[in-house]
Design a protein around this ligand. Structure first.
Ligand code: ZN
Length: 663
């Protein structure tokens, strides 16, 4: 299906206590404001989290302070300007339904209502259970919207979760299914089935009425490892509000997973400073520009979240900013269209293997996946995030971060991949059999179990050391132990003299190391298979030490058969992706340095307010095909191509830039 390029997600969660809804709405002005801001699609509201409808519904209730069909008026005005209008429906939260039918609410195991945050009396959204008659209510609303708005481009269904629930309907359902509602595992298993039932029935309802409608279910994250989840989606949108709890890693890790599916998809951020619907909050325009450029660098279409003022008028300052950012985005689209990401590393997502399809909140922040994203990204590698459905042979190197245990099926696939010339990096527990009895692959070393020490020092072989260290350096976490047999050691391990305890400790943090190395290695390599007994990726996510990152990057680089594809002198906080299509390679550069400036209960506030230019940036890209031309915007860059490497320098590289290598 086609997907718009520049979308606004126009929230409208509005209490019945707010008067004169839509009183200042003017359809022509509304659509013109969007059109002038280069918006080609706007998600409009049928029903908000408060449970009020914004159209003449016979199933739900129109907002009591709205005296006309606002959704119809918005749709008609937008259609007249050629703007698409997918329609939003709040599924998991509906305050009206929760108040009128408390039996439809989701009940936690302790007997209390499940709230979005806090407890029952907190001013916060209530979760509804999709295993109650509420499901019929939602399906009737979906049917009404799909019928009443045949020209809508699709349905955007929100808060699509079903956590474990102990309501009467669920307990009865579990009894009938032979499940035990006192068991957390059984409750989660039942909740999974309830969610699948909702996904199937809602999609069937929509497709029965209009098979061409787009369908997107928002769970605020993209689950990895079970692609059947997307069977009832027409496309994927990645909600990732960096300052609102998602952080700046959520978009790239999700995008690098979704992009290789080969279907158009969309990133979603907000124009607000911190989070959705923060009325009167404005993100710095440079931050918005950096976020949209980052989406495009990963091949995504762009959506910006906004919330309509209750009186129905779009915010002029917001649309001035959005218009500027979308104009810049529009100018970049032609070069990205039809391209695919160039990747030399396939990062096999740990959560995709350990808990395929997980939608748990914890699955949003998996240390080893996020640490691997950061090390690969900051070290300038070109990579995708993959799962077990991916063709491994498409990548010269696979990285299995820290916690990917290997069963027989995966071991067989990896052995075939290695036999065909692929390279694999295993770290931490990755590579161990599920029962920890040893390694599932021949790593060229004997497994000696976990180290009894709380940390260690390592000194890698000279070519694997960080540039700035020639001495043993601290690994601030427990590791496993290996003794190389027919594998090549990657360096030595020094144990501490003793573990810290109430009876003995030395210094502030860690005990001095022994003078002599232990008999264990800090890594081993056999052929193209390397193993580090250190959970380097989790460690980097937690402590962010450059020495750990640079050591890991050296190991990764050593495994790439022809070395890295792209070499630059860019700082680690810059991101460059390379996309290929139709006789061109497009290097997409974003330099949007972030600064920690605040914190909310949802997480850190990392601010961006500049996209600095960089001087004398050198690029070397391994490319055997003859290069015709290298351009940065309108400027032709001098380049050389020797021994399969094209080299060029950008004297001034703007904070967001596209460099096109014509083949
Ligand atoms: Zn329930």
């Amino acid at each position: 299906m086609s997907l718009p390029y520049r979308q606004i997600h126009l929230d409208f969660h509005t209490s019945e206590k707010i008067p004169e809804i839509g009183a200042d709405f003017n359809g022509a002005d509304f659509a013109r404001t969007l059109k002038d801001a280069h918006v080609d699609s706007v998600v409009l509201f049928a029903k908000c989290h408060h449970g009020w409808s914004y159209y003449d519904s016979e199933v739900g209730q129109r907002h009591p302070q709205l005296d006309f069909d606002l959704l119809q008026a918005q749709s008609e005005a937008c259609s007249a300007e050629g703007i698409r209008t997918p329609i939003y429906l709040s599924v998991g939260w509906d305050e009206q339904a929760a108040f009128a039918n408390p039996g439809w609410r989701r009940i936690l195991p302790d007997g209390t209502f499940h709230m979005a945050m806090g407890k029952n009396l907190d001013p916060m959204w209530s979760y509804l259970c999709l295993n109650t008659p509420y499901l019929d209510y939602v399906l009737a609303q979906i049917e009404e919207i799909a019928t009443r708005f045949p020209n809508a481009d699709g349905l955007w269904l929100d808060i699509v979760f079903q956590h474990e629930c102990c309501c009467n309907y669920c307990r009865k359902g579990m009894d009938e299914a032979g499940l035990d509602w006192t068991s957390e595992t059984d409750r989660q298993s039942f909740a999974h089935d309830v969610l699948q039932n909702y996904l199937k029935k809602s999609a069937e309802t929509i497709r029965r009425i209009n098979p061409d409608m787009s369908i997107f279910h928002n769970s605020s994250m993209v689950p990895r490892g079970d692609r059947r989840v997307f069977d009832d989606f027409s496309h994927v949108e990645i909600e990732a509000v960096p300052t609102g709890g998602w952080g700046y890693d959520h978009f790239p890790i999700s995008a690098r997973y979704v992009d290789p599916f080969g279907e158009p998809y969309m990133g979603v951020t907000v124009r607000f400073d911190i989070i959705w619907g923060e009325l009167g909050g404005y993100k710095h325009p440079k931050a918005l520009a950096g976020e949209i450029a980052t989406m495009q660098a990963h091949g995504a279409r762009a959506c910006i979240g906004d919330q309509l003022d209750p009186r129905g008028v779009l915010d002029p300052s917001a649309y001035a900013m959005i218009g500027q950012v979308f104009a810049e985005a529009k100018a970049r689209e032609a070069l990205i269209e039809g391209t695919t990401n160039v990747a030399e590393v396939g990062l096999l997502s740990s959560i995709a293997v350990r808990d395929p399809g997980s939608l748990s909140r914890d699955a949003r922040h998996i240390d080893e996946d996020y640490g691997a994203l950061r090390i690969l990204q900051q070290s300038g590698f070109l990579f995708d995030v993959i799962d077990c459905d991916t063709r491994f042979e498409d990548y010269p190197l696979l990285v299995l971060p820290d916690k990917v245990r290997i069963d027989d099926a995966l071991a067989n696939r990896l052995q075939v991949y290695l036999d065909q010339g692929g390279a694999v990096l295993l770290t931490g527990e990755s590579g161990l059999k599920p029962d920890s009895s040893g390694f599932a692959l021949d790593i060229g070393a004997q497994f000696a179990g976990p180290s009894p020490f709380e940390n260690c020092h390592i000194i890698p072989e000279p070519d694997l050391r960080p540039d700035f260290i020639d001495d043993p350096f601290l690994i601030m976490c427990p590791t496993l132990r290996i003794v190389p047999t027919d594998g090549e050691t990657l360096g030595k391990v020094y144990d501490p003299q003793f573990n810290r305890s109430p009876r003995q400790f030395s210094g502030h943090i860690n005990t001095p190391r022994e003078r002599e190395p232990s008999s264990f290695s800090c890594g081993v390599r056999k052929g193209k298979l390397a193993y580090l007994p250190i959970p380097v990726f989790s460690l980097y996510k937690q402590l962010g030490q450059a020495m750990v990152r640079d050591f890991t990057a050296r190991v990764i680089e050593s495994l790439l058969p022809d070395g890295r594809r792209l070499t630059t002198n860019l700082p680690s906080s810059a991101t460059t992706t390379v996309r290929e299509g139709d006789g061109r390679l497009v290097l997409q550069h974003v330099y949007a340095p972030r600064e920690l400036r605040g914190q909310t209960q949802l997480g850190n506030i990392e601010a961006i307010d500049a996209l600095p230019s960089l001087a004398d940036v050198m690029f070397q890209f391994r490319e055997d095909r003859p290069v015709k031309d290298v351009r940065l915007g309108e400027t032709s860059l001098d380049f050389q191509q020797r021994d399969g490497v094209v080299s060029f320098t950008a004297e001034r590289l703007p904070g967001t830039a596209q460099i096109v290598i014509a083949l």
